[in-house]
Design a protein around this ligand. Structure first.
Ligand SMILES: C[S@@+](CC[C@H](N)C(=O)[O-])C[C@H]1O[C@@H](n2cnc3c(N)ncnc32)[C@H](O)[C@@H]1O
Length: 248
């Protein structure tokens, strides 16, 4: 049987090719990932992440799974909130990214309530009904089968548990869309070339943002995967959106 195809940026590829190519992107960018995030977003990604964590509503003692944690920005914030009676599982499919996240957490003293897991969002290696909160920031776009990933997230959440997705989305005004397109297609690959010696990974970044579902489409995907109370909040004129949904 022919393998299903999907997209890697603007390219059509087989599903296994996409997984390999995404791995290649994050192997390549891992060491410069934090620097590039600050440069490309002028530091605004920090505020977006803070808002996503607040929206998750974690409490002392909560069990949190952060998927596609990368360099662990969200996990650090959750670790402080849930305290020593809570747990934050820091997970990523990519060992290079996870290693950096783990080192940052250990160096920052975020220990005792953090655990690490090399895990694919599409097949989460956790028991059903385990977590109060599942989060994924700037990760879903890179996942090959997003429906499968959403179902896996639903499975590991406890009933009443919340999923929070922070992801690039569709700018709400035509002017912002045009400026943003120019910035992402013309300038971001150049920044990638200068600071990370890798224009093509940053070209993929711009293309993958364009290919990602709109706010309304992702909300419907969450509903179809079985989440209820689905809603989203646009930030920075819809350049990013935070979606949330609850396991019934
Ligand atoms: C843009 S980074 C986001 C890192 C971090 N969450 C942040 O907000 O800075 C995307 C991450 O998604 C991870 N990723 C890609 N596909 C994945 C999958 N199927 N399952 C889990 N993580 C995945 C990559 O390895 C990478 O670390």
């Amino acid at each position: 049987m022919r393998e299903k195809t999907t997209h890697f940026g603007f390219e059509t590829v087989t599903e296994s090719e996409k997984t390999e190519k995404v791995r290649g992107v994050f192997d390549s960018v891992a060491k410069k990932y934090d620097l590039m995030n600050d440069l490309m977003s002028f530091g605004i990604h920090r505020a977006w992440k803070q808002i996503a964590v607040l929206m998750a509503g974690a409490k002392v003692g909560s069990k949190v799974l952060d998927i596609a944690s990368g360099t662990a920005d969200l996990a650090k914030k959750f670790s402080t909130i849930v305290g020593q009676t809570g747990t934050v599982v820091v997970s990523d499919i990519n060992n290079e990214m996870l290693k950096i996240g783990r080192d940052r957490l250990i160096d920052g003293g975020f220990i005792g309530n953090t655990k690490f897991s090399l895990a694919d969002a599409q097949a989460l290696p956790f028991y059903d009904n385990t977590f109060d909160i599942v989060s994924i920031a700037f990760g879903l776009r890179n996942v090959t089968d997003q429906r499968q990933a959403l179902e896996s997230m639903l499975r590991v959440l406890k009933p009443g548990g919340k999923l929070v997705i922070l992801e690039f989305s569709k700018p709400t005004s035509k002017l912002i869309r045009e400026l943003y397109d120019h910035y992402s297609f013309k300038l971001i690959p150049k920044l990638g070339q200068v600071f990370a010696k890798d224009a093509s990974s940053y070209k993929y970044l711009a293309e993958s943002i364009r290919m990602h579902p709109s706010q309304d489409s992702l909300k419907l995907m969450m509903r179809d995967a079985g989440f209820v109370d689905n809603s989203f909040l646009n930030l920075t004129s819809g350049i990013v959106a935070i979606h949330s949904g609850v396991k019934p």
